[in-house]
Design a protein around this ligand. Structure first.
Ligand code: CA
Length: 237
């Protein structure tokens, strides 16, 4: 991550009651907080603030949260958590489609929100360069264990050799197990945001990973296809 001593959260929110609670709650946890009160202000201030994470209300004056998310994604992979007054499946899908990392529904508990913020920051530091960060201990989900320092993947007890990009893709999926990763996010994190190659590359890598990870690659239970969105590593297949 950056050399900043504390992470800066950009809070994009138009309801004063939520702003007050967030500013107090986040500062108490050691975060820096910058508030934007509408979508236009968020976009104007984004570069100057250079936040480590964005907390983005969906219903905003001037420019909607989804449009703000879309605009930010054109230039930045900063973690974005969308916040909505009423959670609906549609909102969640739209949020993920425009590139949000996570989604939380109002009213939320500040503890829950801070836990999500920390989780999103952790994931982004792991996936920042596409490569696992040094010092991250091994992670295990279902049949798969990954040791990022040793660059070793173990599937059902068998050490499995993976080429670099397959390793990185599997790492991003497993590190985010249980959540849908959009195609764009996966391509950005593994191949880089300047990748303009064939997006079929992703599917080919997924197929290769399945042949190594799945008990039955024709009927995947670990690496799931989420139609129209991307892929998800199942937490408990
Ligand atoms: Ca609002």
């Amino acid at each position: 991550m950056s050399a900043k001593s504390s992470h800066v959260v950009m809070v994009v929110e138009d309801e004063e009651a939520f702003i007050d609670a967030l500013v107090v709650g986040l500062r108490r946890e050691g975060f820096g907080v910058e508030v934007a009160r509408d979508g236009a202000e968020a976009l104007t201030n984004f570069d100057r603030v250079n936040p480590d994470i964005v907390l983005l209300d969906v219903m905003l004056p001037k420019v909607s949260g989804t449009d703000v998310c879309r605009e930010i994604r054109k230039k930045s992979q900063v973690p974005i958590i969308m916040v909505s007054a009423k959670g609906t499946e549609i909102d969640t899908v739209v949020g993920l489609e425009v590139g949000a990392d996570d989604y939380i529904v109002k009213p939320y508990r500040i503890r829950e929100l801070i836990a999500r913020v920390r989780a999103a920051l952790r994931r982004s530091s792991v996936a920042e360069s596409g490569a696992p960060a040094n010092g991250v201990s091994s992670i295990n989900v279902g049949d798969v264990t990954i040791d990022p320092e040793q660059h070793v993947v173990t599937v059902r007890g068998q050490v499995t050799k993976l080429p670099l990009k397959e390793f990185e893709l599997l790492y991003v999926l497993v590190a985010n197990a249980g959540r849908v990763m959009t195609r764009d996010t996966l391509i950005d994190r593994v191949w880089g945001s300047d990748y303009y190659g064939d997006t079929k590359t992703l599917d080919v890598h997924i197929k290769r990973l399945r042949s190594k990870v799945e008990v039955d690659p024709a009927r995947p239970t670990a690496i799931l296809t989420i139609r129209g969105l991307g892929y998800k590593f199942e937490r408990s297949p």
